[in-house]
Write a protein that binds this ligand. Sequence first.
Ligand SMILES: [Zn+2]
Length: 114
Amino acid sequence: MALDNVDIARLKQLLLEERQEVMEALETFGVSRSTDGGYDPNFADISQVTAEKGEADALIQPLKETLVEIDDALNRIADGTYGLCMKCGKEIPLERLEAVPRTKYCTPCASLIR
Ligand SMILES: [Zn+2]
């Protein structure tokens, strides 16, 4: 086990901070606050709204994917598998985890996948 509790606590903190940033970014698009999912009837030009919605979706989608990756990483911390490559099972170097705390692959595996 290469990661000690201090490393994990620090990485978890990084993940939580990034999660907060992503949540706030999503909130600026009105994603997490939309409770009824309805449309504002004051929007007259539907095509305009649709175009803007498409643009927003293009920005929102990667944020949502990032959020899922962060939550996955937090789950792996909880179940003790954090820091292990999901592909080859080897330990991910601490420097890589510090650069990208939500990563689930070691550098060689990540370069094969992307
Ligand atoms: Zn690997």
